[in-house]
Write a protein that binds this ligand. Structure first.
Ligand code: HEM
Length: 404
């Protein structure tokens, strides 16, 4: 079977819309990823996606941006500010874990530091499942570790969270509570619709773990790149630091440019279910693997110009492309969490009521870190993770200065 690699923006975009290509990126990580939304195809995928989209309504984003994110950020950041330093990667895991458990539908049981560290460890392990195809680690040993972690996740978090939701759903069905008293999360939606979806308990458990992963891991990765670009920019243009703190649309543009340069997964992978011809003239036969190189496509000079690989938040976005390129995918598997992660930018001249604005959690957190005085730690430069083929920060030390 052949492997076809596509890297021109327009070719990749069209390929992502091709119904005869099925998901193949997570085959190695099946132990967690089997039959979760992003690995389903056809009608089964459509049915589950339509249902899960119910969670991501406007009031969901409002609830997270106005209530959940500020509360979580304040709780997590304080000890780091007191210590005067943080590692953006470690800090990112802490913030994003709390946010991701909330929208996945996982209840914290003890709210202790130990429990929190346990969740961060689980997330890191689940992360290896999603990226196992690109990992340089011993894959069999990693699979065993993932299985053991899933079991602990089930016992410690999933089972009690599902039991609490089952009880609430029963009370709702009996007319004892209103719908708005049910939690606003993916697990609740799945449990209310188990019978319509032909989905067993293990699948619901893995789907919940997948959302926890999809929401947190990608955002931690993105926050590292964003902080690097933003802090480097502030060093070169000190006059822009305050503007980034005051101007939300400006920091969103910085974040979107960073998203374009650093998709969480550098490639999407598909398997051809029929013979397919691509815009480039390449063809795939049944069973061939198609690698859609998001990283390269987003740096396509024919579309984004000669400086496509440079960070330029003032770049004019060409017609037919978006600020974030194809980092969030498009088509049937396009990211359901895009607005939560990246928000939406007001159009030129558009004035949006701050109550209705969607900033996105990455820009929200980056701006809040600047407000706390974040600067690069001059004695400890960040370094990239050598254990994985994709470019991701292993550590990014920052200091909190009062007059940063
Ligand atoms: C921070 C940045 C994020 C990036 C860069 C990102 C990227 C992506 C990409 C590229 C895909 C498509 C995969 C493919 O075509 O094979 C995807 C799918 C998905 N993402 Fe995200 N994502 C992010 C955040 C989130 C968040 C916060 C959530 C959850 C709330 C989320 C939930 C999902 C889900 C459920 C899918 C599967 C959709 C489907 O298969 O129908 N993502 N994401």
């Amino acid at each position: 079977m052949a492997t076809i690699e596509l890297s021109d923006y327009k070719v990749c975009e069209k390929a992502l819309l091709e119904p005869d290509l099925e998901q193949a990126l997570y085959d190695e990580g099946a132990i967690l990823m089997k039959k979760v939304l992003v690995t389903l195809h056809g009608q089964e995928h459509r049915d589950r996606r339509v249902l899960e989209m119910r969670v991501f309504r406007r009031n969901f984003f409002r609830h997270y941006e106005h209530e959940v994110i500020p509360k979580v950020f304040d709780e997590v950041v304080q000890p780091f500010v007191d210590a005067g330093r943080a590692d953006v990667v470690d800090f990112g895991y802490r913030v994003m874990v709390y946010l991701a458990v909330a929208f996945a539908g996982i209840d914290l049981q003890t709210r202790t530091r130990e429990e929190f560290d346990e969740l961060v460890g689980m997330l890191r392990t689940f992360g290896t499942a999603a990226t196992l195809g690109q990992s340089k680690l011993d894959r069999e040993a990693e699979k065993k570790k993932i299985a053991a972690t899933l079991k602990r996740f089930d016992e410690q978090f999933f089972t009690p969270s599902a039991e609490r939701r089952h009880a609430l759903i029963e009370r709702f069905d009996a007319g004892e509570i209103d719908e708005d008293e049910l939690p606003m999360d993916v697990l609740t939606v799945l449990l209310r619709n188990e019978d319509k979806l032909d989905i067993d308990r293990d699948m619901v458990m893995r789907e919940t773990a997948f959302y926890f992963l999809a929401g947190a891991h990608t955002s931690v990765h993105s926050l590292g790149h964003v902080m690097h670009h933003v802090l480097s920019w502030c060093e070169a243009h000190p006059e822009d630091r305050q503007r980034l703190i005051d101007d939300t649309a400006m920091i969103q543009r910085f974040v979107h440019e960073s998203f374009r340069l650093h998709p969480s997964s550098p490639v999407s992978k598909r398997k051809a279910l029929a013979d397919v011809e691509f815009l480039s003239g390449d063809t795939a036969s049944v069973g061939d693997t198609v690698v859609i190189n998001l990283h390269e496509a987003n740096r396509d000079t024919s579309l984004f110009g000669d400086d496509a690989a440079e960070f330029n938040p003032y770049r004019e976005i060409p017609k037919g492309a978006t600020e974030t390129g194809i980092t969030f995918g498009i088509g049937i598997h396009s990211c359901l969490g895009k607005n939560l992660a990246a928000g939406t930018l007001p159009r030129a001249g558009e004035v949006i009521d701050p109550e209705r604005r969607q900033v996105g959690m990455v820009a929200w957190v980056a701006q809040a870190l600047l407000r706390c005085g974040a600067v690069k730690d001059p004695d400890n430069p960040g370094h990239i993770d050598p254990t994985i083929a994709r470019e991701t920060w292993a550590e990014y030390p920052i200091l909190f200065t009062k007059n940063g």
